[in-house]
Design a protein around this ligand. Structure first.
Ligand code: CAA
Length: 270
């Protein structure tokens, strides 16, 4: 697929748009749109999100995607009402979080722009993205313990890797909410912005990344993610092979030539 996303389709739970980027490739924008339920992540919403993320990922004219909610909530978690009556076996058969793994497999970066509540599955969805830009009033938490369960969409793993065992234990075992400032200090959040401009800031970051040579961006992301499930030795080997692989791209030739010739490189994404 090139240059076309699912934009012609209408979605029930999300708004989708594309943002032109004079500096480079376009930015995809997905806005969770169930304000009446604080963007609770029901199955249908997540099916839509994953399918549009994959469409942007395949689109050669898109460099990066921003995933956001609204001022009051990025997302207040998985939809409790949808799960309230379910048995273990029903949850196992439904296996609704399996589709979240497809987000991890995306090649291009995804930035979460978080305002308001990012709780439970909402916090987990933000962590499944590659970077988080937060509004100063954002609140992060894993309150599943208060429902008699634990995080189930990656929280125990990603939060621990992001902020360390002690803080992850505290967050998950108390179920409390934490400010954007605390999560920035803990290392979960890349950047805090004023409530009015957090989305603009996330889009700016996405535009900057979309102006870089896209194959190098994708392989850099792949190598970074590899560090989560490899030893230092196999991770270094993986990184090195991706580095060597980039020497076959036209962008590598152009980038190094432009440096030597003291001019700005013109990327082709090839
Ligand atoms: N699922 C379903 N509906 C939700 C929801 C959720 N996670 N969070 C909020 N809503 C609904 C509320 O039921 C309410 O709907 P009604 O108007 O029909 O009653 C509406 O959104 C507005 O919510 P509140 O009236 O509760 O708003 P508030 O401002 O008073 O409180 C809040 C906000 C503190 C975030 C509160 O809504 C809340 O605690 N939500 C649940 C948070 C939570 O426990 N999340 C974890 C879910 S489990 C999970 O995510 C598992 C996993 O690991 C994937």
């Amino acid at each position: 697929m090139s240059g076309k996303t699912h934009l012609s389709e209408t979605y029930k739970n999300i708004l989708v748009s594309e943002i032109e980027n004079p500096k480079g490739l376009k930015v995809g924008l997905i806005q969770l749109n169930r304000p009446e339920a604080l963007n609770a992540l029901n199955n249908e919403l997540m099916t839509e999100v994953v399918s549009v993320l994959e469409a942007f990922d395949r689109d050669t004219l898109t460099g990066c995607t921003v995933l956001t909610g609204n001022a009051k909530a990025f997302a207040a978690g998985a939809d409790i009402k949808e799960m309230a009556e379910a048995t273990s076996i029903e949850m196992l058969i439904r296996d609704q979080f399996a589709k979240w793994d497809r987000i991890r497999k995306l090649k291009k970066p995804v930035i979460a722009a978080v305002s308001g509540f990012a709780l439970g599955g909402g916090c987990e969805l933000a962590m499944t993205c590659d970077m988080i830009v937060a509004a100063e009033g954002a609140k992060f938490g894993q309150p599943e313990i208060n429902l008699g369960v634990t995080p189930g969409a990656g929280g125990t793993q990603r939060l621990t890797k992001a902020i360390g065992k002690a803080k992850a234990m505290e967050m998950i075992l108390t179920g409390k909410m934490y400010s954007a400032e605390e999560m920035f200090s803990a290392g979960l959040v890349n950047k805090i912005a004023d409530n009015e401009v957090y989305l603009d800031e996330a889009i700016e970051l996405a535009k900057e990344i979309s102006s870089k040579p896209s194959i190098a961006v994708q392989l850099a992301k792949e190598s970074i993610l590899k560090s989560f499930d490899s030893t230092i030795e196999s991770g270094l080997e993986f990184e090195r092979k991706n580095f060597y692989l980039l020497f076959s791209t036209e962008d590598k030739s152009e980038g190094m030539k432009a440096f030597v010739e003291k001019r700005k490189a013109e990327w082709k994404g090839k």
